[in-house]
Design a protein around this ligand. Structure first.
Ligand SMILES: *[C@@H]1O[C@H](CO)[C@@H](O)[C@H](O)[C@H]1NC(C)=O
Ligand SMILES: *[C@@H]1O[C@H](CO)[C@@H](O)[C@H](O)[C@H]1NC(C)=O
Length: 364
């Protein structure tokens, strides 16, 4: 079972912008400085943010069949690992750019779609290249190569100068690492026998560090990197390691916190070295933990099982039936959140961090 844990949870997002101009989209209000804009959104990572890239790969890590997407545009399964939209869509939506963030590998992608951003994420991905290999999905280097190809296409559409401006001003989100912890590290002996928790977290961080520096080298500046959520509280991990009462697994949560500290320190360091970098660590540990412990405070009823199947272990093709009222649930399956929960998190992250993306050194 463990083989399927696609990543997880929630959270993402970022973006930013700052101060004088209000852009209202639906209920969201994001402040942008005068004459500043976020022209495009780019997302890299795993199943939390994949909007269908895996549909075009030979992997079992795909969900382009019901009940996935049951609440997406009238019930359309698109390869999103949720009942509806995922954080990549919600970021683009909140910023007023477009309602959905298309997968780069979507065969129906149009030139116009490229100008406002696309998604390179692939369910099952990790910082550790072994994680993506085991799942036969796109590694971070694969996603980087696709992004280089994207840049060439964009130049062909809007020209060299506008391309570099789009890249500099766009909002980038990197969301991965959950599969490394649950699948590759704790779920198999492959890494545990060689790395202790701290040195494996270091391996993950150094991969992430190289990745964001490569993105910077290609012209991106505003880059938000999600930390890890409290993976020990995923329904699947409670079932596998939480004992008969299915408690949150403390050792997993501790590893997530250790990784988060290391990641956040590394991004601070990179920001100090790269002159125009706005690399922002995005915390998705604390709010999700509070939502899980106090679901009623946030309009949810159930946070220890997912909506699909028994809620305790099912993911992907094991999801057959679903709960009667998905609005009550924080988790859609035993690994991923519902659109309602993603929406809460994305909105909070954008509000919290937008100013950090927008500000220009040396005033930050
Ligand atoms: C914004 O752009 C307009 C038109 O180009 C210009 O007149 C104005 O001074 C700019 N405002 C700022 C704060 O740069
Ligand atoms: C489903 O749950 C939501 C959230 O608790 C609630 O507002 C709604 O009334 C419920 N719908 C039904 C049909 O019970």
């Amino acid at each position: 079972m463990q083989f399927f844990c696609l990543e997880l949870f929630p959270f993402l997002v970022l973006l930013g912008v700052s101060l004088s101009f209000l852009v209202c989209i639906g209920e969201s209000v994001i402040e942008l400085p005068e004459n500043d804009t976020i022209p495009a959104v780019f997302v890299f990572g795993d199943s939390i943010v994949d909007t269908g890239n895996n549909n075009n790969l030979k992997t079992i890590f795909k969900v382009n069949y019901p009940p996935y997407g049951q609440d997406f545009l009238g019930g359309k399964p698109t390869g999103r690992f949720s009942n509806g939209k995922v954080p990549s869509d919600l970021i683009a939506e909140e910023l007023g750019i477009k309602p959905l963030l298309p997968a780069y590998l979507d065969p129906s992608l149009q030139a116009q779609d490229l100008i406002t951003g696309v998604n390179f994420a692939s369910g099952g991905n990790g910082y550790d290249p072994l994680t993506s290999d085991l799942a036969s999905v796109l590694s971070l280097s694969d996603q980087l190569e696709m992004f280089k190809e994207y840049i060439i296409k964009l130049k062909g559409i809007v020209g060299e100068e506008r391309t570099s401006q789009i890249l500099r001003k766009s909002l980038v989100t990197v969301v991965t690492g959950s599969n490394d912890v649950t699948n590759t590290y704790f779920g198999s002996p492959l890494r545990k026998s060689i790395y202790d928790i701290s040195s494996y977290a270091d391996l993950m961080v150094s991969s992430g560090s190289r990745f964001v520096q490569d993105l910077y080298g290609l012209g991106l500046r505003r880059i938000g990197v999600f930390g890890l959520p409290p993976l020990g509280c995923l329904p699947s991990q409670r079932t596998l390691k939480g004992g008969v009462t299915r408690k949150c697994v403390d050792s997993y949560n501790q590893m997530c916190q250790l990784f988060n500290k290391k990641l956040s320190n590394e991004l601070t360091l990179i920001n100090g070295i790269l002159p125009e970098a706005r690399m922002i660590y995005l915390d998705i540990y604390n709010l999700p933990l509070d939502v899980i412990h106090n679901p009623k405070n946030y309009g949810f009823g159930i946070s220890n099982i997912g909506c699909c199947g028994t809620g305790t272990i099912e993911v992907a093709f094991l999801c057959k039936c679903t709960c009667s009222n998905v609005s009550e649930y924080v988790f859609w399956d035993s690994f991923h959140l519902t659109e309602k929960a993603y929406r809460l998190l994305v909105h909070q992250i954008l509000e919290q961090y937008m100013k950090d993306f927008i500000c220009e050194k040396p005033f930050c």
